[in-house]
Write a protein of this length. Structure first.
Length: 367
């Protein structure tokens, strides 16, 4: 009994020891990674094993070498035909290390707001259209005439570019509306003599340009005052605007004027020349001469051939009233009617087609 009891006792002890031992089959595989993976994640490479907080020189060395391989920026392998030309060019200079950029995530395109609202941008485009380099629209005439005249074969309606001339007598003008009725240009009274400024000049000057009307200023010449004084007065009151039409000198007889002086042709031409030379130097544009039939016949026929003329002819065509005179503008009516203006208004045409008008304006009114 005693001999059989000992082996039984030994076997019992061995059995109990096996239950608590760490050297069984489970212990042999406890340090290996699990073969189970989730369905959504698939490892691309084996994960190196290391105890947390334990320093392993071999693991650190392998990790460092692995990182150096990932950041490697050495030369491209030789013999690649796709990079042959590049390799030849880069052989004489050091190759820059490539920068591994983060992946670019596509983003929806966003239109950023402009600096100015649409309304202001449109207003700016309108202002630009009035510039000398831009072609403003030419409106066909829709004027009426309280005293229409039959000018014969060539009528004012045959001309493509129409305009007006105004002064304080037209009072407050609706320039936007007047332009759409056919006022593509306007000559605005500025001064007369050496001390008079038309009270509506500045208003008309600014509003006409804002409406896109090509405008110029005119001076009514006073024969009892020095020409240089009158030129200085005009320059003092009329801005130097590169978009403006050339300045105009209005020379005619005025029965209502206090000046009753009658000068000789030579004296008239001398005064006019002094005035026009000073304006041309200041504005850089050759002045236009406006005149009427009787004054022209007495003083200007055959004279000043190199100056542009604006002629008044309200009863006959200019070719009959001013024979052998080339003209640039024709004032054909002093009894015009139009929306945008109360009362009567002077009507004019440009001597040329629309293309000629744009070309002349583009040259600043010269030539």
């Amino acid at each position: 009994m005693r001999r059989s009891t000992v082996p039984a006792f030994v076997l019992a002890c061995l059995s109990l020891t096996g239950c608590t031992s760490n050297s069984g089959p489970d212990a042999l595989v406890a340090g290996l990674p699990s073969k189970e993976v989730t369905n959504s994640v698939t490892p691309s490479a084996p994960v190196p094993q290391a105890s947390v907080g334990q320093t392993d020189q071999r693991v650190a060395l392998n990790t460092k070498q692995h990182q150096e391989v990932l950041a490697w920026g050495g030369p491209m392998p030789a013999g690649s035909p796709a990079f042959a030309a590049v390799d030849k060019q880069m052989s004489t200079q050091q190759r820059p290390e490539p920068v591994i950029a983060p992946p670019v995530v596509p983003q929806a395109r966003v239109n950023l707001p402009q600096d100015r609202p649409v309304q202001l941008a449109m207003a700016g485009s309108v202002a630009m259209s009035a510039g000398s380099s831009a072609r403003s629209r030419v409106f066909r005439p829709a004027f009426s005439d309280a005293k229409p005249i039959n000018f014969g074969r060539v009528q004012p309606k045959h001309f493509e570019v129409h305009g007006v001339d105004v002064s304080r007598w037209q009072a407050n003008i609706d320039w936007e509306r007047l332009r759409t009725r056919g006022a593509n240009f306007a000559f605005i009274k500025a001064t007369d003599g050496g001390d008079h400024l038309d009270p509506m000049f500045r208003t008309n000057w600014e509003r006409a340009k804002a409406a896109g009307v090509r405008r110029g200023a005119y001076h009514f010449f006073y024969w009892c005052r020095p020409a240089s004084h009158q030129a200085d007065w005009f320059i003092r009151n009329v801005p130097r605007d590169p978009d403006a039409l050339p300045p105009v000198i209005d020379v005619e007889y005025n029965g209502e004027s206090s000046c009753k002086m009658r000068l000789s042709r030579a004296q008239v031409l001398e005064k006019m020349q002094v005035f026009m030379d000073r304006l041309e130097r200041h504005y850089g544009k050759r002045p236009i001469i406006y005149t009427a039939p009787d004054f022209y016949k007495d003083h200007l026929s055959g004279e000043l051939r190199d100056y542009p003329f604006w002629l008044r002819a309200v009863a006959q065509h200019p070719s009959k009233v001013y024979p052998d005179r080339k003209w640039l503008f024709w004032q054909y009516s002093g009894s015009g009617l139009s929306h945008g203006v109360e009362g009567k208004i002077d009507l004019n045409v440009f001597n040329g087609r629309e293309e000629d008008w744009h070309r002349w304006v583009g040259r600043g009114g010269n030539g």
